[in-house]
Write a protein that binds this ligand. Structure first.
Ligand SMILES: [Zn+2]
Length: 238
């Protein structure tokens, strides 16, 4: 009897170890899945003129990036890699804007309205004009910390000519590989609410960016196609 016990004991121990290892592996896989799906949904948070930041429940987790600017941690590594690969290709991008707080957005918006009023425009007309280019406070994607404005060292204006620069061209071809998309493409005003912004890139995660790029669609269209319920997307009537 004791002989038998002696022979069985090592097997019991091995069995317990295998079972424990299996449980740990199972827990690790569950945790990884939970984490990655959580993060990828987070990176798809929609903020636009008709989906205000306050309704998203999103709180940016900020970290410092180039030029003293802040971005959400979710995209910091990808941004760094993208900029370094872009530079390695001989292109000279300049990161001019990233995260903006609601207050900073308010200042920017008011300054622009003020500038047009000083030129003699009526308030209503000035606000309409500014709204096409600058998001109203609380409705800017920059408040997520997932958007960046990139210009070329040789041409730093944020207008349509920016699209002809080496930076914009490199970004248009390669940004999706790093999880970024051209957020406001040419001719998509009715879908996104904004005109063509060849300098504005948004992090959505690698899978979504690859799909959006391949299909040539906007984030609004992508979310309506694949995530309509979670994203609660409404397409503007305007
Ligand atoms: Zn921007």
């Amino acid at each position: 009897m004791t002989e038998l016990k002696k022979r069985i004991r090592p097997w019991v121990r091995i069995g317990a170890i295998v079972l424990l290892a299996g449980l740990m592996l199972f827990a690790a896989i569950r945790l990884y899945r939970w984490n990655t799906t959580g993060n990828s949904k987070r990176a798809l948070t929609l903020v636009n003129s008709w989906n205000p930041m306050s309704e998203t429940g999103y709180t940016p987790k900020l970290t410092e990036t180039e030029n003293g600017l802040l971005v959400d941690r979710a995209c910091a590594k990808a941004l760094k890699k993208m900029l370094s690969d872009c530079r390695a290709a001989g292109v000279q991008p300049v990161l001019v804007d990233a995260y903006r707080s609601v207050d900073e957005q308010l200042v920017r918006y008011d300054e622009e309205v003020q500038r047009l009023l000083e030129r003699g425009m009526e308030l209503e007309e000035a606000e309409r004009e500014v709204a096409l280019r600058i998001a109203q406070p609380g409705r800017s994607e920059h408040e997520l910390g997932l958007s960046v404005d990139l210009v070329d060292v040789a041409y730093q204006e944020m207008d349509e000519i920016q699209s002809t620069t080496q930076t914009a061209q490199w970004m248009a071809e390669n940004a999706w590989r790093y999880g970024f998309i051209l957020r406001y493409p040419q001719g998509a005003e009715e879908l996104t609410g904004y005109g063509w912004h060849p300098w504005h890139y948004r992090y959505v995660g690698e899978d979504a960016a690859a799909n959006i790029w391949a299909l040539g669609i906007t984030l609004e269209e992508y979310l309506s196609m694949f995530y309509s319920e979670e994203a609660a997307v409404q397409v503007s009537d305007a």
